[in-house]
Design a protein around this ligand. Structure first.
Ligand SMILES: [Zn+2]
Length: 166
């Protein structure tokens, strides 16, 4: 077995012209929200953390090394492409997902109503059964930048096991 941890944080701002926030997207699911991530890519903190957890388990270079944020190619990129590369590497190394557990920390939007849909989409992207992906939402109790709604933070643990399926 291999275990990997992924972490990501993005600043949240209102959309232009007030701020630089992009549309709020989490685990590939667009959610209506007053603020959105400031990012070079689409700013999907959850997909970034899942990508890094899988890459970490593989002992691969991380997402920032594989997809530098100063590369114009990654401008507003769909983060599913980053995750796709991590999954390609995982399969090439003969591993598959054992399970993935995600904690999303933000004040808004509330994650609870969307968690099933988000988990199902991550499972689809990493090509594993939906019950192997878990997504939890928490707040930061109104303290610090995350608690003041100025950032979103995500932690992910991914367990990989030797591939048995084809
Ligand atoms: Zn990110």
């Amino acid at each position: 077995m291999r275990i990997g941890h992924g972490y990501d944080l993005h600043r949240l701002e209102p959309p232009p012209p007030i701020g630089q926030g992009k549309p709020f997207v989490l685990g590939g699911i667009q959610i209506e929200n007053k603020t959105g991530p400031v990012a070079h890519s689409d700013g999907d903190a959850l997909l970034h953390a899942v990508t890094d957890a899988i890459l970490g388990a593989l002992g691969s270079p991380d997402i920032g090394q594989l997809f530098p944020d100063n590369d114009p190619k990654n401008e507003s990129a769909d983060s599913a492409l980053f995750l796709h590369e991590a999954v390609r590497r995982m399969r090439a190394a003969e591993w598959e997902v054992g399970n993935i557990d995600c904690t999303v920390i933000c004040e808004q939007p509330k994650i609870g109503p969307h968690r099933t849909k988000i988990a199902a989409n991550i499972a689809r992207l990493v090509d594993c059964p939906a019950n192997l992906v878990n997504v939890k939402g928490k707040t930061h109790e109104k303290v610090d930048a995350v608690g003041e709604g100025r950032a979103i933070e995500v932690h992910v643990c991914a367990l990989l096991k030797p591939r048995t399926s084809t």
